[in-house]
Design a protein around this ligand. Structure first.
Ligand SMILES: Nc1ncnc2c1ncn2[C@@H]1O[C@H](COP(=O)(O)OP(=O)(O)O)[C@@H](O)[C@H]1O
Ligand SMILES: [Mg+2]
Length: 239
């Protein structure tokens, strides 16, 4: 479904990722691990088209999207739940959701479809419905993360990418996030997750890749990575 083939991204003259390649099949749940600064966020941004690649190409469902804008890629079925959630704190939950829907469905002012999508989000995240008129900035970290995921889902993605969704959340909320992601994956959504919580992410996913200083150094089945010495030493230190 996704082929990332030899991409490289610089910030100014500084390379952040270099000759990076990996692939994802339809229906998979993929974990990307790596220490701080390894290039995980840069990789996800490049896949969505928020950062240009100097080399290589990105194929999504057999279409070369390398030169497409982020909004074109979103319309094709790519979506990113960004690092740090990035909800609009001064807008209500409803306004945050409405914006996410209409930005990803330009010209499609179909109220009925919008309402259906909103109902789906309320089924997945009942808390959001209870607090619809509340400012997003007044939500707890966990609720903001649920809102950020709902925003990502309103684009009706085929492939959902999440950048460190568990960061700063209580373990019980992290469990809820992973439960929802597993459920969505079972329904057919393809998922790429970038995570600090290597153990949880590898337990939830089928395959994983390790990123070091801007390139993929290892890849394999999640259950093999969980047992591998390299992963245990670098990412599963305390477990
Ligand atoms: N906006 C930016 N400007 C300059 N350098 C950046 C910027 N964002 C990230 N970098 C650098 O690019 C590298 C990869 O960063 P990033 O993709 O954010 O890593 P990760 O998400 O794995 O922590 C790091 O060396 C980081 O310092
Ligand atoms: Mg990051």
């Amino acid at each position: 479904m996704l082929i990332v083939d030899n991409i490289s991204v610089n910030y100014g003259k500084m390379p952040a990722i270099r000759n990076l390649s990996f692939s994802v099949q339809e229906g998979e749940f993929i974990t990307i691990l790596g220490s701080n600064g390894a290039g995980k966020t840069t990789t996800l941004k490049a896949i969505l088209g928020l950062l240009p690649s100097r080399t290589g190409k990105i194929l999504f469902n057999d279409v070369d999207v390398t030169n497409m804008s982020p909004s074109e890629r979103i319309r094709m079925g790519l979506s990113l739940v960004p690092e740090g959630r990035q909800v609009f704190p001064g807008l209500s939950i409803e306004e945050n959701l409405e914006l996410a829907y209409f930005v990803s469905h330009p010209g499609k002012r179909n109220r009925r479809h919008y309402k259906e999508m909103m109902e789906r989000m309320f089924t997945l995240f009942p808390k959001l419905k209870e607090r619809l008129v509340q400012n997003a900035g007044s939500l707890s970290g966990g609720e903001q993360q649920m809102l950020a995921i709902a925003r990502g889902l309103l684009a009706e993605p085929k492939l959902l990418m999440l950048d460190e969704p568990s960061l700063g959340l209580a373990p019980v909320i992290i469990d809820q996030v992973f439960e929802i992601l597993n459920e969505l994956n079972k329904e057919g959504l393809t998922v790429i997750i970038v995570e600090q919580d290597a153990h949880r992410a590898l337990e939830a996913s089928q395959r994983g890749y390790i990123l070091e200083t801007g390139t993929v150094t290892h890849g394999g089945r999640s259950k093999d990575l969980l047992e591998s010495q390299i992963v245990q030493n670098a990412y599963l230190g305390q477990t």
